[in-house]
Write a protein that binds this ligand. Structure first.
Ligand SMILES: *Cc1c(COP(=O)(O)O)cnc(C)c1O
Length: 373
């Protein structure tokens, strides 16, 4: 077979490389920025798409002891890999998750007075955490409900927590209000550890740190603060393979809807990645009327040189304009970087009109995964 001469053994057309050493370095930076607080890790959504079965044990090896998952099913999967860790369940507790929570020694983060009552009545004094809402209006007891919970006596939570709504925007007035509000609630729970800061919250300084921080996105290489250069080490490299290189003349169009008309004779690398892989259709080179910030769409990179996506991204295929690279420099079987050391995950996200969180968590199942440490 000489059709795809540079193909190695694997037939995959998408490849994901997760750098566990970079993950560990990002965690150490977040730990150091957390001051005297312990640093935990949010590993929900399969550790933001990086693979929780590899990422979480690596973080534990680095010294992380407190892990946050979304639901009991995620926690159950991690328990055998984290025998000594505390695994907190952010989405709390309900009837059908109760048995799994107990069986895997998970710590539910109780989110309402009803959940608190349920745990108290059924869990025989087992550890729980308490979430207080200080401005999200998502999960958590109100400050008044939390004060009533404290006043009612009974076993105290092992952790009191709340969550920032706007920490990515350090100047937002709600940050200071949430910090004040949470400190007031924490005063009702003397001796109970408290946790407020996600990745961006850690950057808000000591008033946000309390005893435990909960970074997520920064560990996986995203910049938590909006509008600044990404200070985190890249963890995820996503690549796709060139399937064929075609020539097309000026005036012809590319992809569905004929939304991209070629202004010059062009060479087009057709690659084996599409929106089914989480390379969002909204990152298309043309034909996305709602995307305002980056009208030209996403780019790939070949040997560090950017090549723009042209036309609409399709389910399994994406076209890149490689006309500016020397003739013959791109051939079937070559790899094109979609995000990684050249295309920052934040830039890839902006080009798709979304955030790095969504880019990472929507990386599809077809990627062939590699881990580097
Ligand atoms: C996801 C999540 C985190 C981590 O947030 P990042 O912004 O990714 O650092 C922390 N706390 C809660 C409650 C979360 O849901």
């Amino acid at each position: 077979m000489t059709l795809l001469p540079s193909l190695p053994d694997s037939a995959a057309t998408t490849r994901l490389t997760v750098d566990l050493a970079a993950l560990a370095a990002n965690w150490r930076l977040m730990r150091d920025l957390s001051g005297s607080a312990r640093c935990g890790a949010a590993v929900k959504a399969d550790a933001y798409g990086t693979g929780a079965d590899r990422a979480a044990p690596r973080l534990a090896h680095e010294g992380c002891r407190d892990f946050f998952v979304a639901d009991a099913t995620e926690g159950a999967r991690l328990r055998p890999l984290l025998p000594d860790a505390r695994i907190f369940v952010l989405n709390g507790i309900f009837d059908a998750s109760f048995a799994e929570t107990l069986a895997h020694d998970l710590v539910p983060i109780v989110n309402s007075p009803e959940q608190a009552g349920f745990w108290r009545a059924n869990a025989g004094g087992r550890d729980y955490a308490l979430h207080v809402d200080t401005g999200m209006n998502r999960l958590g007891l109100t400050a008044e409900q939390a004060a009533a919970h404290a006043a009612a006596g009974g076993p105290a939570p092992v952790l009191l927590m709340s969550h920032f709504a706007c920490a990515d925007d350090p100047g937002h007035a709600l940050n200071a209000r949430q910090i004040r509000h949470f400190a007031g609630v924490a005063a009702c729970f003397p001796g109970v550890e408290a946790s407020l800061a996600n990745s961006a919250g850690i950057r808000l300084g000591p008033a946000a740190h309390h005893q435990l921080t909960r970074p997520g996105i920064a560990l996986y290489g995203g910049e938590p603060v909006t509008g600044v250069e990404n200070r985190m080490a890249p963890v995820v490299t996503a690549e796709t393979r060139v399937l064929l290189v075609r020539h097309a003349g000026a005036g012809q169009s590319v992809s569905y809807g004929a939304a991209h008309e070629l202004s010059r004779d062009s060479r087009i690398a057709v690659c084996g990645v599409g929106y089914a892989d989480g390379f969002h259709r909204s990152a298309s080179g043309a034909g996305v009327p709602l995307r305002a910030r980056v009208p030209q769409g996403a780019s790939g990179a070949i040997d560090g040189v950017r090549v723009p996506v042209i036309g609409k991204i399709t389910m399994d295929l994406t076209m890149f304009d490689v006309t500016d690279l020397p003739e013959g420099a791109v051939k079937p079987g070559d790899w094109v970087e979609l995000m990684g050391p050249t295309i920052n995950v934040e830039d890839a996200a902006r080009a798709a009109g979304t955030i790095s969180y969504e880019m990472l968590t929507s990386l599809g199942r077809r990627y062939e995964r590699h881990y580097r440490d």
